[in-house]
Ligand binder design. Structure first.
Ligand code: FES
Length: 92
C-alpha cells in the first residue's frame, strides 16, 4: 500500500496487549493497519504514545525520537542506533 492510499484515514494507536500496539487507519477498503512491538527497540519507549505521520508510513518513538518505516519491515530511518521495529500485518 502506498503512502497516499494510507493517507485516506488518520492513523491511531491502540494497545492490543502488553507486547503489541496496533497502528490503524481507514483505508480505501475499510479498516487497515499494522501491529508493532509495544516497546521501542532502542530503550523501551512506550510506542502507544508514538507519533505516526498522516500517511502512516513512519512511526516516531516519544522518548528519543527514533523513526521507523512502517512500510519496510520497521527499518530505523533516524534517531539513536538500534535494531528495526518488528512490524507485522494487522489480522483481518
Ligand atoms: S526509547 Fe525509543 S528512541 Fe529511545
Amino acid at each position: 500500500m502506498s503512502g497516499s492510499e494510507r493517507a485516506a484515514g488518520r492513523p491511531r494507536l491502540r494497545q492490543v496487549d502488553a507486547d503489541t500496539v496496533a497502528v490503524e487507519w481507514q483505508g480505501p477498503d475499510g479498516r487497515d493497519g499494522v501491529l508493532v512491538d509495544a516497546r521501542c527497540p532502542h530503550r523501551g519507549g512506550l510506542l502507544r504514545h508514538a507519533h505516526v505521520n498522516a500517511a502512516a508510513t513512519r512511526l516516531v518513538c516519544p522518548l528519543h525520537h527514533s523513526a521507523f518505516d512502517l512500510t519496510d519491515d520497521g527499518t530505523q530511518t533516524s534517531g539513536p542506533a538500534c535494531r528495526a521495529l518488528r512490524v507485522r500485518p494487522l489480522p483481518q
